[in-house]
Ligand binder design. Structure first.
Ligand SMILES: [Cu+2]
Length: 332
């Protein structure tokens, strides 16, 4: 009977086909890893769904000038990567990849970044205001709190100097404001990373727009690649090799001036934040680490979105103060 034939166990693989069998077993493991990541992602999304809340209004309460309306401890969140197409890739280990970048477009997923001005000057802090508009032009006023903030704002000059990671505050009409102090003239990229809530639906996006600071522009060459950096008396080194097409571990270790591992504190719901910017187009990748340090190091999983030179900015907190270490990395 045909049924009997169909239900018969498959013949054992001949010895000569062992390599093929190993390949199939390896593929099965990858499938399991990917599905595990998917499960974590669903769990994480439902947590963040519950956190959806109107964003802060005007008066800042913390050193970043932002108010968290629905603060939450994100330390249990799985490591993940924010993508350009508005998706968030849960990183479950080798086998999961993410190759898209954000911040390259002023409009994405039906939302548009609308700044009040594209021209600022050097000197003291100046207000910078913008809105995120939905299709039709109405400003969006409700955002999900992700990593303790309704919106993350990154500013960098196009030569990848002058990096700032800030948290603007939102007025009830949807206008975001942040005071910007710009040390040097040049062409900058302003990048807004957020999850908008429109019609009860959450849409993550990372939008970018140019910002010009008039004056005598002195471009700075990208520093040579190095796995070590110093900032504010700390020495930071990373282990790992970012690659395209495969998610790789990246471990950041911070040593204090006394030569001992620095006592890292959670900052915005994680033991560190990694923003990776691509030379040439300021493509933006934002990665969060595993919930707890691994052997004292902050462990990220990163898939480079393509070959090229990148500047990696690692934010960490010690004794209530946030520090940023910067590294140049070359991806082949
Ligand atoms: Cu942020």
């Amino acid at each position: 009977m045909p049924e009997t034939l169909e239900q018969a166990p498959p013949a054992p693989a001949p010895a000569t086909d062992r390599a093929g069998f190993r390949l199939a077993a390896f593929a099965a493991v990858i499938v399991v890893v990917l599905f595990a990541g998917y499960g974590i992602g669903r769990l994480n999304n439902s947590v963040e769904q519950a956190q959806a809340a109107p964003a802060a209004t005007g008066d800042g309460h913390d050193d970043h000038g932002a108010v968290s309306v629905a603060p939450h401890d994100d330390s249990g969140a799985a490591p993940h990567q924010h993508n350009a197409d508005g998706t968030v890739t849960q990183v479950a280990g080798a086998g999961a990849t993410a190759e898209s970048v954000g911040g390259l477009a002023v409009t994405s997923a039906g939302m548009t970044l609308v700044p009040e001005t594209g021209l600022l000057s050097t000197g003291g802090a100046q207000p910078y205001r913008f809105r995120i508009t939905a299709a039709g032009g109405a400003p969006i006023t409700t955002y999900a709190v992700v990593h303790d903030k309704p919106l993350h704002f990154v500013l960098v000059r196009r030569d990848l100097t002058g990096f700032q990671h800030l948290h603007p505050t939102m007025a009830p009409d949807g206008t975001w404001s942040i005071n910007l102090a710009l040390a040097a003239p040049g062409s900058y990229r302003a990048i807004a990373d957020f999850t908008a809530v429109v019609g009860g639906r959450q849409t993550p996006a990372t939008l970018g727009v140019d910002l010009t600071v008039a004056g005598d522009y002195r471009p700075v060459a990208l520093p040579a690649p190095a796995p070590r950096a110093t900032t504010d008396g700390f020495s930071i080194s990373y282990a790992g090799t970012p690659q395209t097409g495969a998610t790789q571990p990246l471990l950041m270790a911070v040593t204090g001036a006394d030569g001992k591992p620095a006592p890292l504190e959670p900052y915005l719901g994680a033991f560190g934040h990694l923003v990776v910017l691509r030379e040439g187009d300021v493509g933006y990748v934002h990665v969060h680490p595993e919930p707890q340090p691994v052997d004292g190091a902050v462990k990220f999983w990163l898939a480079a979105p393509g070959p090229g030179r990148y500047r990696m900015f690692f934010d960490f907190q010690v004794a209530g103060k946030v520090h940023t270490a910067a590294f140049t990395a070359v991806v082949k």
